[in-house]
Design a protein around this ligand. Structure first.
Ligand code: G1P
Length: 293
């Protein structure tokens, strides 16, 4: 059995309602963290983890993503003519790094349905799913950490992290038995439970290693939370037949799917950049002290 995963699916069809109004005409995945769109960090994580081809599940209004991961011939000629080779190289790097495919989710029927659109791309291979709302900063990419586990034991894996109890209703939550440090055997999963329903505070972060047997299950599940076909519900169903592990990854998570998290992520990313760290710190200190920036 081949224990390598080389394909990844990145669903980007969602409306981005929590970030309106900016997401009315702008895909949320294209909103910048400092100077790169959020989705680029996720694509870079996939590439750095050994992924060779990526399928974006897109929808209407998401064409900017396709254009971004393509050459911009006129702009690039202009940069070349002006001798700005470093910038040219930088904008080309991610475009050349990986094969990208696109399929549309024609109706917004939920994350599970979006993943189902990947069936033809995936064929009979195990694959990764990465959600562009979740950005993980880590020395070894979060996906690479999971792929190492998969190489040892090819099963289904979810990335998880503990969240404050008052936030459990914003996440898929697992019930798990810790079988090794940071590794849980999943016993149950619930999509966005109330605090009373939540079996733990371990939240599913948007990194999954999945097998194609999931597709037949997604096809047959009923709509769940929010009237949508939920990936979490399909995983709960698959749990009857297959083992799922939840892995508490090493790294710092940034959510970018809602306004508060997005703003915090931008500040954090700016502070992590060498050229902005000192001026940003200075600016923030003065701002907080009530002085003019
Ligand atoms: C989705 C999943 C949820 C998971 C989350 C991670 O929810 O349904 O289980 O915890 O992604 O970001 P969404 O945030 O798309 O509503």
């Amino acid at each position: 059995m081949d224990n390598r995963i080389t394909k990844a699916v990145i669903p980007v069809a969602g409306f981005g309602t929590r970030l309106l109004p900016v997401t009315k005409t702008q895909p949320k995945e294209m909103l910048p963290l400092v100077d790169k769109p959020a989705v680029q960090y996720v694509v870079e994580e996939a590439v750095a983890s050994g992924i060779e081809s990526i399928l974006f599940v897109t929808g209407r209004g998401k064409r900017a993503i396709e254009d971004y991961f393509d050459y911009a011939v006129e702009l690039e000629n202009e940069l070349h003519n002006k001798g700005r080779e470093k910038l040219l190289e930088e904008i080309r790097r991610v475009v050349d790094a990986v094969d990208i495919y696109y399929v549309r989710q024609k109706l917004p029927r939920g994350l599970g349905d979006a993943v189902l659109r990947a069936r033809g791309f995936v064929g009979d291979e195990a694959f990764a799913i990465l959600l562009a709302d979740d950005i993980v900063v880590a020395e070894k990419p979060c996906l690479a950490q999971m792929l190492e586990l998969y190489a040892e034991e090819p099963a289904l894996y979810l990335a998880v992290m503990p969240v404050p109890h008052e936030e459990v209703s914003q996440w898929g939550i697992i019930k798990g038995r810790e079988i090794a440090p940071s590794l849980y055997e999943v016993e149950d999963l619930i999509e966005k439970p109330s605090l009373a329903e939540a079996p733990s505070n371990l939240a599913i972060v948007g990194r999954y290693l999945i097998k194609p047997s999931l597709f037949a299950i997604i096809e047959n599940i009923a709509p769940g939370k929010g009237g949508e076909i939920q990936l979490t519900d399909a995983l709960r169903e698959i749990l009857r037949k297959e083992r799922i592990y939840a892995y508490r990854f090493v790294g710092q998570h940034f959510g970018v799917g809602d306004k508060e998290s997005y703003l915090k992520a931008n500040v954090a990313f700016a502070l992590q950049r060498e050229e902005f760290a000192a001026p940003m710190r200075d600016f923030l200190r003065k701002l907080l002290e009530g002085k003019e920036g």
